[in-house]
Design a protein around this ligand. Structure first.
Ligand code: G3I
Length: 351
């Protein structure tokens, strides 16, 4: 065989290989999203002065076209579900991994969405190396971490959950490893360091199970009041609202109002409504009512400017992954088709 012929065969083989790889990659991306009925949540929300957001997963966005398209079509704000947590961002001390968070920020910027950074100080998903440090070193590592991470995304993250779930069910400050190793002042310090690293980012405290007026939300209220009185740069309070068919507590709106009266903005940050599996049609209707109530609660309080769902498809939700027997907690089913809850959110956001 002549040399020219051998080269031609090689070129064709490489081209066929490249095309095959592209086809496989294309197939792995899956189909386009089926359009969802009615007006997109990201169009309805602003008519009510509410940014409607969702928690997202970077790997899924990269690999699943329909998932990515629906995020761009329906939401105005993205919260990385895990990608900005300490264990993932600084797995080894001093070694930072920003690429997953960067990907989400880039996608959000392309789609004209804002990003809610989640989260700087949280007792879950901490890197293992923290446990080896003494109090002085934990303080140092925490401040360095906040400076580095907030600085990395400075100007690109609208809101940070600076401190996440600091309180126990009874409203005590959690012990491990914060604040036992940091001292009680760590919350104020975290806000101050974050503010210096990105003066434009709005800084929130984000709490779970503090929706009702009661011991836990009372302590949270006192904490926020004290921080404000001390001049700590805290701009807002996030209420997670992980719930089930028990719905939202009757005191929720009054609770939001008393926090708003402190001069802070309010966000609903992680809404979902877990169902027992398999859910009946009546369960799905009842779930829709709860989603509608969540939206209406935010609408009832002027300071409530952001409402984020903790995932938008039952195929990608922490409830089915981490709570055996429960699931179906989101507004779209596993095949990205709308559940009654999606329509309920649209109606509750409509003028
Ligand atoms: O990444 C590993 C993977 O490599 C491994 O194979 C797999 C095996 O279990 O685990 C994967 O890590 C999981 C991670 O999610 C990413 O999927 C962890 O086990 C799992 O614990 C982790 O759960 C997250 C949870 O926070 C941890 O605290 C959930 O996805 C996330 O939705 C959840 O989010 C929290 C908010 O941050 C704060 N508020 C409550 C909310 C729900 O728990």
């Amino acid at each position: 065989m002549s040399k020219v012929r051998r080269i031609a065969i090689a070129v064709v083989a490489v081209a066929v290989g490249v095309v095959a790889l592209l086809l496989v990659a294309e197939q792995r991306q899956g189909r386009d999203a089926k359009p969802l009925p009615g007006t997109a949540l990201r169009v309805l929300g602003p008519q009510r002065a509410i940014l409607v957001g969702t928690a997202v997963r970077a790997a899924e966005m990269r690999d699943n076209r329909a998932y990515r398209q629906l995020i761009a079509q329906q939401f105005s704000s993205l919260t990385p579900e895990n990608e900005m947590k300490w264990a993932l961002v600084e797995p080894e001390r001093g070694t930072f991994e920003f690429k997953f968070g960067d990907y989400i920020v880039e996608q959000a910027e392309k789609a004209g969405q804002s990003v809610r950074g989640h989260t700087l100080i949280f007792d879950s998903q901490l890197p293992g190396w923290i446990a080896e440090l003494d109090s002085r070193e934990v303080r140092q590592a925490t401040e360095q971490y906040i400076r580095r991470v907030v600085g990395h995304w400075a100007g690109r993250i609208a809101v940070w959950d600076v401190v996440n779930e600091p309180l126990t069910a009874l409203g005590e400050l959690k012990r491990t490893p914060f604040p036992s190793k940091l001292g009680r002042g760590h919350i104020a310090t975290a806000f101050r360091v974050a503010h210096r690293a990105d003066p434009k980012a709005r800084l929130h405290i984000n709490e779970a199970g503090a929706e009702a007026i009661g011991p836990k939300s009372d302590r949270l209220y006192e904490l926020v009041r004290e921080l404000r009185a001390q001049g700590v740069p805290i701009d807002g309070v996030g209420f997670q609202v992980h719930t089930n068919l028990g719905g939202i507590p009757p005191t929720f709106v009054d609770n939001l109002r008393r926090f708003a009266a402190l001069g802070v903005e309010i966000a609903i940050t992680e809404a979902d409504v877990a169902l027992k599996l398999p859910p009946s049609a009546a369960d799905l209707r009842a779930q829709a009512r709860v989603y509608g109530d969540i939206v209406r609660s935010c609408r009832a309080v002027k300071a409530c400017r952001q409402l984020t769902v903790w995932g938008f498809t039952d195929g990608r939700s922490w409830i089915s992954e981490l709570q055996p027997g429960n699931g179906a907690a989101t507004i779209l089913d596993e095949d990205l088709r709308p559940k009654p809850a999606f329509g309920a959110m649209q109606r509750a956001l409509s003028p």
